[in-house]
Design a binder for this molecule. Structure first.
Ligand SMILES: Nc1ncnc2c1ncn2[C@@H]1O[C@H](COP(=O)(O)OP(=O)(O)OP(=O)(O)O)[C@@H](O)[C@H]1O
Length: 340
């Protein structure tokens, strides 16, 4: 990853110069009029996030795409271009591929491969959605859990620039036609360059981008990885429970905090073969593994949480090889300043 600073001499400040510099590695650049054509004049809106609206589109070669039109930004385009170039090198089966971008001053768009099954969120909470009756079976849930962990593992270390997502949640897990999960939305990501310990806090909204050559960046990256792991744990619990962690609809106050409720269930089922009403017998081990791993991931002390590669190892190993986790704290876990 290369980042540019506008206030330093010898660095290019013109966005077009930067784009030219990145030409060989950046994804294809499209004009705004191309984008309009691809989306049939923004006819089919598929979603909206904090950074803009997402439309369904089609490239001239017939490839279906999701076009994210970013909210108008006052900032110059340096950061946007830097971010596009950074993301463009990412290639993993569990990460949404960026196919192209549009940059015409304030008109900015990102073009991603289209995920026909939308976000995981729809399968978990959205009672009124057409997906309500679509039941994700336990085997699929497990495959999604492993896929997301593999995507995170790649971001944490498999790619030459470490990427800390910081925003792993059901909305940001998209599902392809085979329900294969893909991590999306790098809007809040922090990029850590591994070879020279640079942390770049870039953000798509076009706020001022900067490079921080921090002495403590290695420990920053190390601890922050555990934040991703924490969010991953919450995600898995939501998948297993099919509800938000705080569900006011639950009848007992003690059940209102889902991690506690599930912990109790797990403890009750510790010495028996059944996990009662939560799951069917044959898939019990798989779901128990997901619960145990997620409870480890949400431990209060970041150093008690496993690394993401350990998470994969735990998920793929046997249930018997897993250690029973300590009970998670009731409140939102306190985190060290670096971790937040
Ligand atoms: N590649 C894609 N294919 C299909 N649908 C997509 C794609 N990307 C986004 N969407 C849809 O658009 C919605 C909004 O996505 P977006 O990434 O803009 O926001 P978000 O992640 O929900 O919110 P925020 O960016 O504020 O965290 C998603 O929830 C999803 O339904």
């Amino acid at each position: 990853m290369v980042c540019w600073k506008s206030d330093e001499k010898n660095y290019p400040i013109n966005e077009e110069e930067i784009i030219k510099k990145y030409e060989c590695i950046a994804p294809k650049r499209y004009t705004y009029s191309d984008v309009k054509k691809f989306t049939n004049s923004f006819k089919d809106k598929v979603g909206e996030g904090g950074y803009g609206v997402v439309y369904k589109g089609k490239l001239p070669d017939g490839c279906m795409v999701a076009v994210k039109i970013l909210n108008k930004s006052k900032g110059n385009g340096e950061e946007f271009i830097n971010k596009v170039a950074s993301i463009s090198g990412i290639s993993h089966v569990n990460i949404v591929t960026l196919l192209g971008f549009c940059y015409e001053r304030t008109k900015r768009a990102l073009i991603y491969e289209f995920m026909p099954n939308g976000s995981l969120n729809k399968f978990i909470y959205d009672k009124g959605s057409p997906f309500t009756n679509y039941h994700l079976d336990n085997k699929t849930l497990f495959q999604i859990a492993v896929g997301v962990a593999r995507g995170l593992e790649y971001l944490h270390g498999g790619y030459n620039t470490r990427i800390l997502h910081f925003n792993i949640k059901p909305h940001n897990i998209l599902l392809d036609e085979d329900l294969c999960p893909k991590i999306s939305d790098f809007g809040f990501s922090k990029l850590c360059k591994t070879n020279d310990c640079v942390v770049s806090m870039a953000d798509m909204r076009g706020t001022v981008g900067y490079i921080v050559p921090e002495v403590f960046s290695v420990s920053f990256c190390g601890v922050s990885h555990k934040s991703d792991v924490y969010n991953y744990g919450k995600l898995i619990l939501k998948m297993v429970g099919g509800r938000k962690n705080f569900d006011c609809g639950l009848s007992h106050v003690t059940e209102a905090y889902f991690p506690h409720w599930i912990y109790k269930k797990l403890e009750q089922g510790k010495n028996s073969t059944t996990f009662e009403e939560i799951i069917e017998e044959e898939e019990e081990d798989t779901i128990k593994k997901m619960i145990i791993v997620s409870l480890w991931c949400i431990q209060t002390n970041p150093s008690d949480r496993p690394s993401i590669d350990k998470v994969i190892e735990m998920l793929e190993g046997t249930l018997q090889s897993l250690q029973f986790p300590p009970k998670p704290f009731l409140d939102s876990p306190t985190r060290s300043p670096q971790d937040s």
